[in-house]
Write a new protein. Structure first.
Length: 273
């Protein structure tokens, strides 16, 4: 479902079209996305408009419709914030417990990271913002990795179905290549993020390798891997022949063939060619 055309994704006026319409749009964006802007607007809407180069008629309109615009602000922010707790339940629990969830959302929205008109892009924008801003990661160095793993579950569940192919083989061979499901993700973290829960949202440190995938029932699932298995699957994802990938990593061929057959049975692999 697309976001309503509020213009949140517009950061700079495209030259030379700096018009009164643009100034009004920028004013509304500051009102909705900036916590400090909302405070300034609530205190003196005319001054808020004047600081953004609005004419006196527009300044008066801001004052006349102040109450309605503040209500609109609340509705707009709720629409942008609504997807986040469902996608990041453990991250939400962690920050709520520290009374910092609202501060996190304020910083995220004020960053203007959301550049898409679609709700589905709010969640990945949040992960991107955490990566670029490093918000909260001095206190919780695992925060970005935890949020990323939570987002991956949603991404895998929403990934389009793979087209069926009758040409794929069902058994791997040394000279064959692996065809992974489009939703399959080979993941590496410095924390055991898959063990975090709402009851204990702080994962312990530890090198962690996971293969995330959509299983045969269409549900999200993951398997923990050894470092060598993760490296092997990474090479297979680059279309390296199975036997070559195993040889480079000094892995037994029969062992990796069993590994691949197991993941095909689980739904992570479509087949072999």
């Amino acid at each position: 479902m697309p976001l309503r055309p509020w213009g949140f994704n517009m950061v700079e006026a495209p030259e030379p079209f700096i018009t009164s319409t643009w100034q009004l749009q920028r004013c509304m964006t500051d009102l909705i996305l900036n916590a400090e802007g909302a405070k300034a607007f609530a205190a003196d809407p005319k001054a808020f408009g004047a600081e953004r180069s609005l004419g006196k008629a527009d300044q008066a309109a801001l004052e006349t419709f102040q109450s309605r615009l503040l209500t609109y602000r609340g509705l707009a922010r709720n629409a942008l914030e609504d997807p986040l707790p469902d996608c990041f339940p453990i991250t939400h629990t962690l920050l709520e417990g520290a009374e910092l969830w609202d501060a996190c959302l304020d910083a995220f929205l004020a960053s203007r990271t959301i550049q898409s008109p679609y709700y589905r892009d709010v969640n990945p924008a949040f992960v991107t913002w955490l990566a670029n801003s490093t918000w909260g990661q001095d206190r919780w160095p695992f925060l970005l990795q935890l949020a990323h793993f939570e987002y991956i579950e949603v991404e895998i569940l929403r990934w389009p179905d793979d087209p069926l192919s009758k040409e794929l083989k069902t058994k791997p061979t040394a000279d064959g290549q692996v065809v992974f499901g489009g939703a399959t993700r080979n993941l590496a973290y410095a924390y055991r993020v898959h063990e975090a829960t709402k009851e204990d949202p702080k994962p312990t440190a530890g090198e962690t390798f996971l293969l995330g995938y959509r299983d045969t029932e269409g549900d999200f699932n993951y398997s923990e891997l050894s470092a060598h298995a993760s490296a092997f699957l990474a090479r297979c994802m680059e279309d390296e022949p199975i036997g070559t990938a195993a040889s480079v990593l000094n892995l037994e061929l029969e062992e990796v063939l069993d590994l691949l057959s197991g993941f095909r049975a689980k739904g992570a692999i479509e087949g072999f060619r």
